[in-house]
Write a protein that binds this ligand. Structure first.
Ligand code: SAM
Length: 277
């Protein structure tokens, strides 16, 4: 891109300049002919031209108005490319990624400051995705692969682990970007599972259970659950007892299967309460 201004730190603009890493991301994305691809934060287009060459349709969401305008101009004669000048956190992804037989392939070198929030949003549309290939700060990537009781284990580990098989593609060092970030990054492939890793009952309740269990890391699981909205309708002591989970444990010690058990029980209790009322 010619005549560029300085990268904006506030938008996490660390642009990829390493051809080897760019190739690895494009290979890992495994774009099928005629597939719809979504790139979040195309920036100066390090990945975009490769995606445009391979995809059936390409949608770009870029919050930097100047860069969005530049992409619009670049692809003005290519009707397969759509540029959305917007904050990805304000875009209704469910409306953007319609439930068509053709699922979407998401590719992004995510801005660090919003990567966890973007992961939650993509988790919310997991059933519309064929694959995701995402560059994340390494620490965030490590969290996704963490086991219970590690300090990295958190909400994203449990939620994304329910629906995706996550594979590390490559660790990326600061020198592969301009400007160089202070930390390492990692490219991960997220392959949606045909079935969830565990039966959770109502998925919104599963999300609420997991979020509440991690809401106060120093407090016991019982105390965390007690202050959740769903818990107003039930006795958390009885809930935990019915699941044979010790309420004195911390949320971060629960396995995905234990979260699923809790969530199923919460779902049953709330359904029963609705029937009674
Ligand atoms: N894809 C390019 C690359 O690999 O060189 C740029 C990656 S850079 C780490 C992140 C990009 O996301 C920037 O272009 C930035 O302007 C854009 N961005 C930052 N916040 C955004 C947001 N909330 N919504 C959409 N794009 C955003």
């Amino acid at each position: 891109m010619s005549g560029t201004r300085r990268p904006l730190k506030s938008l996490g603009q660390n642009f990829l300049v390493d051809g080897n890493i760019i190739n690895k991301i494009i290979q890992a994305a495994d774009i099928q002919q005629d597939q719809a691809v979504l790139e979040i934060g195309p920036g100066r287009g390090a990945l975009t031209s490769h995606l445009a060459e391979r995809a059936g349709w390409l949608t770009l969401i870029e919050f930097d108005h100047a860069l969005a305008a530049w992409h619009r101009d670049q692809y003005r004669e290519n009707s397969a490319v759509t540029v959305i000048d917007a904050d990805v956190l304000k875009v209704d992804l469910a409306a953007l990624l319609p439930d068509v037989p053709q699922k979407w392939n998401v590719v992004a070198n995510l801005p660090y400051n919003i990567s966890t929030e973007v992961l939650f949003r993509l988790y919310g549309v997991h059933n519309r995705l064929a694959r995701m290939t995402l560059m994340l700060q390494k620490e965030v990537g490590d969290r996704l692969a963490a086991s219970p009781d590690c300090s990295e284990y958190g909400v994203t580990t449990v939620l994304l682990g329910l629906w995706f098989d996550i594979r590390r593609v490559v660790v990326v060092h600061p020198g592969s970007f301009h400007p160089s970030p202070k930390v390492d990054s990692v490219v991960l492939n997220f392959i949606p599972r045909s079935e969830a890793r565990a039966e959770v009952g109502d998925e919104d309740l599963f999300r609420a259970v997991v979020k509440s269990a991690f809401s106060m890391r120093r407090k016991t699981l019982y105390n965390c659950l007690k202050s959740a909205e769903f818990a107003k309708m039930m006795d958390c002591g009885e809930l935990l007892e019915a699941c044979a989970i010790d309420g004195r444990r911390r949320g971060e010690t629960l396995s995905l299967e234990e979260f699923a058990l809790l969530s199923r029980r919460v779902t049953d209790l709330l359904r029963a309460a609705t029937v009674r009322s």
